[in-house]
Design a binder for this molecule. Structure first.
Ligand code: SAM
Length: 264
């Protein structure tokens, strides 16, 4: 749950740009609400969880009548208004739809779990850079086999609220890389970061990115990866990056390449 405070500097001249600027200059908090059977429409009431009521009332010090921006990953982004707010519960009413739902145009990220802080960084930055699904995998040299999926999901949710995504990426349970590769479809292009032996830069056309553990992939894994029809290896340059840095660098390259493709 994050406060939005973005100042627009008049860069967008179009009608849509001006409307967007108007929307973006608000400081209303932005909340992700788990999707349920309630369909978003003007006048629809939305119940708040105890955590959301606490955040809006005690942390943000908001009161009935004040605005909140909400999204559920399915029905777009909506301007809401607080109707009731108590210690453990509350209600919002939806006013207008600010943005229609759009699929995030990103990639799936396969990565070997790292130390806690590094894994959390990968989830936060990956969410900002458009990861659609995180798939932690056990490799020969993975030394962390425990993940707090609940905490990682919360980090992804907060990053999505902050960066103004319209959805929250999912985080899959940990499983062996070999099992993932065994069922990986050939048409689903998997870009694998290989230090010292990857070829070229990452393709912005790939569907997924795989980053190895701190100790790198084993020789056997490299051989199997190279033999897989969906795999294309790539390099991040001559310097050996930490795994969390490598994940963010690869994702940032794809993100930028896709942005530039859109601008052309
Ligand atoms: N321990 C390994 C070594 O020294 O050879 C380095 C592993 S690196 C810290 C962790 C992962 O980041 C690698 O498995 C790879 O996926 C990715 N990586 C790091 N630097 C890279 C580079 N320059 N090019 C491609 N991938 C890189």
């Amino acid at each position: 749950m994050v406060e939005r405070s973005i100042f627009f500097h008049g860069l967008l001249e179009s009608k849509a740009g001006k409307r967007y600027a108007l929307i973006m200059s608000r400081t209303d908090p932005r909340l992700f609400i788990e999707p349920d059977e309630i369909i978003y429409q003007p006048g629809q009431k939305i119940p708040l969880s105890a955590g959301q009521a606490h955040y809006l009332g005690k942390v943000m010090r908001l009161a009935p009548g004040q605005g909140v921006v909400v999204f559920n990953g399915r029905d777009g982004e909506w301007q809401g208004e607080i109707v009731t707010l108590q210690k453990n519960k509350g209600t919002l009413i939806l006013r207008t739809c600010l943005r229609q739902q759009q699929e995030t145009q990103g990639v799936e990220l396969l990565f070997a779990p790292l130390k806690r802080d590094a894994t959390e960084l990968v989830i936060r930055m990956g969410t900002e850079l458009g990861v659609t699904r995180f798939r932690p995998v056990i490799t020969a040299r993975t030394n962390t086999h425990r993940l707090n999926l609940e905490r990682l999901s919360l980090i992804a949710q907060e990053a999505a609220e902050q960066c103004e995504r319209l959805d929250v990426p999912s985080i899959m349970p940990l499983e062996p890389l070999a099992a993932v590769l065994a069922r990986w479809p050939q048409r689903h292009r998997l870009a694998v970061a290989l230090e010292r032996q990857g070829e070229g830069i990452v393709s912005s056309q790939c569907d997924a990115l795989l980053i190895g553990p701190e100790g790198g992939f084993s020789e056997d894994e490299v051989r199997r990866l190279r033999g897989h029809e969906a795999v294309v290896s790539f390099s991040l340059g001559s310097q050996i990056l930490r795994a969390d840095t490598a994940a963010c660098a690869g994702l940032a390259q794809i993100y930028t390449a896709r942005l530039m493709g859109k601008a052309l």
